[in-house]
Design a protein around this ligand. Structure first.
Ligand SMILES: Nc1ncnc2c1ncn2[C@@H]1O[C@H](COP(=O)(O)OP(=O)(O)OP(=O)(O)O)[C@@H](O)[C@H]1O
Ligand SMILES: [Mg+2]
Length: 282
């Protein structure tokens, strides 16, 4: 996937331009002493293109892409975690010039607040120190962090990124553009992307891809490889029904958690404050 396959906000395009320029003029930036450049934090809900943009950037700049989820390097043997963090940064430096993508960045904050175990503290400190010590200008490693929960990141982690890039859910025009791009290779009769965009308020790029996939598979069950606008509209309705099921499941899940033990009662209360009246009988 390249950046041309992705629909970006003006803000996202601007940030990417800046990074591309910084890489291009690395020597100049080093000469004037600007070393604190090249650490981005992508912030936004699931399915809004954070991973895709990082990958596409690596592709378009022809750089190796090193991807780590923080949950992956958190060892059950907590003492190993700090070592894993160090290894990740070593690998990135060895592969440089490259992009180091650290997903689930909020995982740091979560583990830190839930458990003040010494080994976890050490791992977090190692991570913060490693981030401090890595530089796009000196080491040719572009660090991109990503999180769905910026509110859970503490100030110490937040402060280390020089640019925060927002990944909002796509607006109407973006949704229409995403639909146009995703369907580029498909045959669709009476295709009306703006009408579909009107019907898909609140859906992410990843949701739109799912809708398209459903429509294609539905049509295939009728041996059709040419879709119609109606196929897509039906798939949107199906998707919304699926989405409703998902929300129902969550409420029941909270309910089970309440019955099985008291541990989740705070979360369940918070969830039912969100306007769900169902299933809250404690
Ligand atoms: N703005 C967009 N333009 C085009 N495609 C998009 C866009 N946003 C998401 N997609 C598509 O949705 C799918 C999921 O996106 P991606 O995995 O990058 O989301 P994410 O933000 O990393 O989600 P998560 O937080 O769950 O990791 C990809 O196939 C991607 O191509
Ligand atoms: Mg992702």
């Amino acid at each position: 996937m390249t950046l041309n396959d992705l629909v970006l906000t003006g803000d996202q395009e601007g940030e990417i331009q800046k990074i591309v320029k910084a890489i291009e003029h690395r020597d100049y930036l080093a000469r004037i002493g600007l070393r604190e450049i090249g650490k981005l934090l992508f912030v936004g809900p699931p399915g809004t293109g954070k991973t895709s943009v990082a990958r596409a950037l690596a592709h378009d700049l022809d750089l190796p892409f090193v991807e780590v989820k923080l949950s992956m390097i958190t060892s059950q043997y907590l003492g190993e975690t700090a070592k894993n963090v160090e290894k990740v940064f070593e690998v990135a430096k060895r592969l440089s010039p490259c992009i180091l993508f650290m997903d689930e960045f909020d995982f740091v904050a979560k583990t830190r607040s839930s458990d003040e175990h010494a080994a976890i503290k050490r791992a977090v400190n190692t991570l913060l120190k490693s981030i401090d010590e890595i530089s796009l200008i000196q080491d040719e490693v572009l660090l991109i962090g990503a999180t769905n929960h910026p509110d859970q990141l503490d100030a110490a982690a937040w402060r280390r990124f020089d640019e925060i890039v927002n990944f909002p859910k796509p607006d109407r025009d973006m949704r229409a553009d995403i639909l146009r791009i995703v369907t580029r290779e498909m045959d669709i009769l009476d295709f009306e992307p703006t009408k579909l965009a009107d019907m898909t308020e609140g859906l992410t790029g990843s949701d739109l891809r799912l809708v398209l996939r459903e429509a294609v598979l539905e049509a295939l069950t009728e041996e059709r490889t040419t879709l119609t606008q109606q196929d897509l509209e039906d798939a949107i309705v199906d998707f919304e029904e699926r989405d409703n099921l998902k929300n129902m499941d969550m409420i029941d899940g909270d309910h089970d958690a309440l019955v099985a033990g008291g541990d989740f009662s705070d979360e369940a209360d918070a969830a039912s404050d969100g306007g769900h009246s169902h299933g809250h009988d404690h």
